[in-house]
Design a protein around this ligand. Structure first.
Ligand code: ADP
Ligand code: MG
Length: 340
């Protein structure tokens, strides 16, 4: 009888994993893989949602007076609960179309540095968004599983996840996080620094999207074999008129230095906290880097130079956390049986 009921419940629920990132949200549906990948952005007019995800990101910094584009998770925590919840429901509905009668069981990856209140806020917004059951997993753990590190073995692994709002550094062994550190410095901080640099060095006003473009097109963490340059359009601060300037990768690299130092220091401090038995594993196996920030040119070279350890950049750094939540629900169907 009991088995029958369990089967019946199974027919009406299904499992999904969500990487609720500060920059991007990804949804993994069990047996299907990643079905949704969109910016964590909501465009609001007054208290009405105008657009979510890709469409809303296009509006960032380009919105007419009455529409504001909000990133509800700015620094890795839910800064705006109502908006975060609207966004989460939208993504869940979008990822799960055609199945409106069934309510998902959801595993959500969250930054390791959050407080109990913030954990609760994430769980509540997932229930509000229609989940029948919610479990959380720490983001570095999900990332490590996603990239295939041997997390359940008695071997020390180190993962660095550089997202939009935060950088998470963690040492994992025997399915647990031995030590972790979360720094509120990620891709957004780099974009911000580029904005300020353009103003200080070229008197040029640019928006966050242009700054991100510069970072992706010519940004780097270490000298490049072939240095790059690009034209940047913005507005002159003095005259208020449109202006174009040429920026070089050397100059952007120098501007990014301080923020990159914060990331390097977080890694160094985590290494300092590594139990001696695991340290030798890290020296042999090195550091795995995931998250969109891992794609910055020369990052591996910088980290190798600063730590002396072998560095591996994940094959698909933007998908690591979502892949990890997916593998986890694929392999541990019982996780949703615990209470929260
Ligand atoms: P989150 O987990 O916080 O949502 P992601 O892992 O999705 O963040 O990474 C988003 C960040 O990665 C953004 O700051 C974005 O600018 C940055 N990013 C994406 N591609 C690149 C690239 N090629 N070079 C440098 N940074 C990148
Ligand atoms: Mg992330």
């Amino acid at each position: 009888m009991f088995v029958f009921f369990k089967k019946l419940i199974g027919m009406f629920s299904y499992d999904i994993g969500i990487d609720l990132g500060t920059a991007n949200t990804l949804v993994y549906v069990k047996d299907q893989g990643i079905v949704l990948r969109e910016p964590s952005v909501v465009a609001m007019k007054g208290d009405k949602v105008k657009a979510v995800g890709e469409e809303a990101k296009r509006m960032l910094g380009r919105t007419p007076g009455s529409v504001v584009a909000i990133r509800p998770l700015k620094e890795g925590v839910i800064a705006d609960f109502d908006v975060a919840q609207e966004m989460l429901s939208y993504f869940i509905r979008k990822a799960c179309n055609r199945r409106s009668l069934r309510r998902p069981r959801i595993l959500i990856a969250h930054p390791s540095g959050i407080t109990e209140v913030e954990r609760r806020a994430i769980i509540d917004s997932a229930y509000e968004a229609g989940a029948s059951k919610v479990q959380l997993i720490e983001e570095p753990m999900a990332a490590a599983i996603g990239v295939g590190l041997p997390v359940s073995e008695p071997i020390g692994s180190m993962i660095v996840d550089i997202g939009g709002g935060t950088t998470e550094v963690a040492i994992i062994s025997l399915s647990g996080i031995v030590y972790s550190q979360s720094e509120k410095c990620g891709g957004d901080a780099l974009d911000d620094t580029i904005c300020r640099h353009m103003l200080a060095a070229h008197n040029l006003l640019i928006g966050p999207r242009t700054a991100e473009d510069i970072k992706i097109s010519v940004g780097s963490a270490h000298p490049l074999q072939q240095e790059l340059q690009m034209e940047v359009k913005g507005r002159d601060r003095g005259t208020g008129l449109p202006k174009t300037v040429v920026v070089r990768s050397e100059e952007i690299r120098e501007a990014l230095q301080d923020k990159l130092d914060i990331i390097v220091n977080a890694i160094r401090q985590t290494l300092d906290h590594c139990p001696p038995e695991l340290a030798s594993d890290l020296y042999d196996r090195g550091i795995m880097v995931a998250g969109g920030g891992a794609l910055l040119r020369g990052l591996g070279d910088l980290l190798h130079e600063q730590t002396g350890l072998p560095i591996t950049i994940a094959d698909d750094p933007l998908s690591a956390v979502a892949e990890g939540t997916g593998k986890f629900i694929q392999e541990n169907s019982r996780i949703f049986e615990d209470e929260n």
